[in-house]
Ligand binder design. Structure first.
Ligand code: ATP
Ligand code: MG
Length: 426
């Protein structure tokens, strides 16, 4: 036998049992997003490499070392998207849906980053992302956070905490950059290799360091909040007032800079203590400069993305009783005539709204009943020679001591609807 091929490291198969948890989140998210007037957009997984270099920033981890980039057969430089915002803005400029209008959009799908795979950190991972365009005022920032909070509630996730910061405008960041450069430059001997490299290009990135050895130095660094311009400070204060009024708890974290360069003013992260080092389940903020940076007209913008794998892990840890819809009925069929008739009967039951799994491929009664039990259905229907002869069907309750009754096939649909307490479908 030749050696079996394995999946790419850091790229996971999602088997049906876990996919049901994913769907639980997807369904809840869709409902919450719709409740705020957000509409879904679907975008390509592959974009020109230049898009990410320009949007995400040349000196970010993502662009420096995590992108899956390749040259295609016609020599184009392409990249598997590492995040969704850049593509969304690109699409908005290209399709003209950003300028002079308000857009509330969301998307879901895989993202790719060549990181070191570990629990909660994968090379193909999935996000649900939200982007809003055309609103400057912080009531929008508050809405984004309320939406997240509503989703956590809908999923019953109680241990997710909000951290907030403001990065101010590009201009006040330039001032802060000089202050920070001075601080770290005077302490060069304590910087790790990554930070030394970032020092001249982008000292703000050092604040985002995950290296524990750097934490003390980072904690004592000058605070960005002391360098905010007046308008940004007022914006940030209003956001805090709105959140207080709406009862959303938060903590201000002046070191929160986020891993992408495009943010301005509000940035935030939702984190949990339950996932070890991979603590952030959702992150985002305002990126008022990005649309222009990518060739569009100046457009206010803000958004966030949540990590599906990490949210799924929280649900799995809780071991909640979520059950995806299993078949209600399993149809066992014995003999060729019963198989033919059963196919038609099952269609009629589905027309009436029942979920029914058929025993395809024959087998003894014993085998078929074993499969019925495994399917999770409550009832098994038996269709054999005797039933075919007198147009009846045997109903076996698999979850109530194997009780059994015989009914006329013509009475079956109504009886099942009654048993599953289903109203009449018109
Ligand atoms: P982290 O600090 O964990 O690396 P990030 O700042 O790189 O996260 P973002 O780019 O803001 O993350 O992405 C938003 C969310 O997507 C994160 O909060 C996280 O939940 C999830 N995420 C990011 N990278 C990965 C990954 N490699 N594997 C799984 N989930 C991820
Ligand atoms: Mg990261």
């Amino acid at each position: 036998m030749s050696k079996a091929i394995q999946a790419v490291r850091g790229m996971n198969d999602l088997l049906p049992d876990v996919v049901e948890r994913w769907q639980q989140i997807e369904i809840a998210a869709r409902e919450v997003l719709q409740a705020y007037g957000y509409r879904e957009i679907r975008l390509p997984v592959v974009e020109k490499s230049e898009l990410f270099a320009r949007a995400v920033g040349d000196t970010t981890d993502i662009v420096e070392k995590e992108m899956y980039s390749f040259e295609d057969r016609s020599g184009e430089h392409l990249t598997l998207r590492p995040e969704g915002t850049a593509g969304c803005v690109r699409a908005g400029i290209e399709n003209g849906f950003l300028h002079n209008q308000i857009q509330r959009l969301w998307y879901a799908g895989p993202m790719f980053r060549h990181e070191r795979p570990q629990k909660g950190r994968y090379r193909q991972f999935h996000q649900i992302g939200v982007e809003t365009f055309g609103i400057e005022s912080p009531d929008l920032d508050a809405e984004l956070l309320l939406m997240c909070a509503r989703l956590w509630r809908a999923l019953g996730l109680t241990d997710i905490k909000l951290e907030l910061n403001s990065l101010g405008t590009q201009e006040c960041r330039a001032t802060y950059r000089r202050v920070l450069l001075g601080y770290f430059d005077a302490r060069r001997d304590r910087l790790d290799e990554d930070s030394l490299r970032r020092l001249d290009k982008n000292p703000l990135r050092i604040l985002d360091s995950k290296n524990p050895a750097m934490q003390e130095l980072v904690a004592a660094a000058p605070s960005l909040l002391d360098h905010l311009d007046e308008a940004s400070r007022a914006h940030f204060e209003r956001l805090q007032e709105y959140l207080q009024a709406a009862g959303v708890e938060f903590a201000i974290n002046p070191r929160l800079v986020r891993g992408l360069d495009y943010y301005t003013r509000t940035v935030f992260e939702w984190t949990t203590a339950k996932l070890g080092a991979q603590a952030a389940v959702c992150a985002g903020g305002r990126y008022d400069g990005l649309v222009e940076q990518l060739g569009g007209k100046p457009t206010f913008a803000a958004g966030f993305a949540m990590g599906m794998e990490r949210l799924v892990e929280l649900l799995l840890q809780r071991g909640d009783a979520y059950q995806a819809a299993k078949p209600q009925v399993y149809l066992a069929m014995l003999g060729a005539p019963a198989e033919k008739h059963g196919l038609v009967l099952a269609e009629q039951l589905r027309d009436a709204g029942l979920r029914i799994e058929c025993n395809n491929g024959g087998g003894s009664l014993k085998t078929q009943l074993k499969r019925a039990d495994k399917s999770g259905a409550r009832l098994a229907l038996l269709l054999g020679e005797a039933e075919m002869n007198n147009a009846s069907i045997t109903i076996k309750d698999l979850r109530a001591g194997d009780t059994q009754q015989s009914v006329a096939q013509t009475a079956l649909t109504d009886l099942l609807k009654l048993k599953f307490a289903m109203g009449n479908r018109s």
